[in-house]
Design a protein around this ligand. Sequence first.
Ligand SMILES: NC(=O)C1=CN([C@@H]2O[C@H](COP(=O)(O)OP(=O)(O)OC[C@H]3O[C@@H](n4cnc5c(N)ncnc54)[C@H](O)[C@@H]3O)[C@@H](O)[C@H]2O)C=CC1
Ligand SMILES: O=C(O)C1=N[C@H](C(=O)O)C[C@H](O)C1
Length: 251
Amino acid sequence: MSKLRVAVLGARGRMGSEAVRAVGAADDLELVAELGRGDRLETLTETGAQVAIDLTHPDAVMDNLEFCVRHGIHGVVGTTGFTGERLDLLRTWLAGSPGTGVLIAPNFGIGAVLTMHFAQQAARFFESVEVVELHHPHKADAPSGTAVRTAQLIARARADAKLPAQPDATSTALEGARGADVDGVPVHAVRLRGLVAHQEVLFGDEGEIFTLRHDSMNRGSFMPGVLLGVRRVTGTPGLTLGLEHFMDLDG
Ligand SMILES: NC(=O)C1=CN([C@@H]2O[C@H](COP(=O)(O)OP(=O)(O)OC[C@H]3O[C@@H](n4cnc5c(N)ncnc54)[C@H](O)[C@@H]3O)[C@@H](O)[C@H]2O)C=CC1
Ligand SMILES: O=C(O)C1=N[C@H](C(=O)O)C[C@H](O)C1
């Protein structure tokens, strides 16, 4: 059977270099292009790439995706910075390229995806919830894409359960002291030398605290998820938001 032809964008970065290694070591995949900042996107078509893995920067990812979708190249995207407007734009590009699939994965870590899944399940049982994400100090965005997605999923579950706003008597605070408000869920971002990527979801109710925590100890931890995305995206046209859709979690 012929191998799936895969390109990595952001190939010299922390995640991209790890993805280059992982694709190179996979028997069913062929690494056909390694692109860095300033490299020509036409290399993707010239090398016959079928799937492009984007691990670049929020400022670069949309141009990369527009090129890929226009040329029928499937996308597996770990880069952060996806607003509702960006997702809508991506959907219009995909509508013009039937058969092409793009996976946007806020987090490729299997445990991180499970944390989001379990947080969504727990949300309706607790009066209070706050998200704390902790990352290395080189990270460009705050809060993390994973934390934003986690908070959005929790907020949706709370709304579906018709829970009221959380109790919070704060009437005076230093700016930022209560974190960022993501759909009513406070999200706090820590940047600390020595960390890689970590998240806690704290649930509270009368007399009990329930904590979900996930730790990525190195970037190799994201690679099984990246490879799963690459293998599944070619058979999944349109936009897929979240790796959980490729994990058969309800099965
Ligand atoms: N979804 C997930 O599981 C994960 C996502 N990330 C996200 O992935 C992105 C990259 O993270 P890191 O590897 O830590 O960053 P990094 O800064 O180490 O690497 C990014 C690389 O992309 C390159 N680049 C920038 N613009 C480019 C362009 N137009 N074309 C090709 N290359 C370009 C940069 O020169 C750099 O080498 C970030 O948005 C980060 O939040 C990071 C870890 C896990
Ligand atoms: O920049 C990172 O490192 C990470 N970014 C992603 C995010 O913003 O959620 C995923 C993971 O947390 C690592």
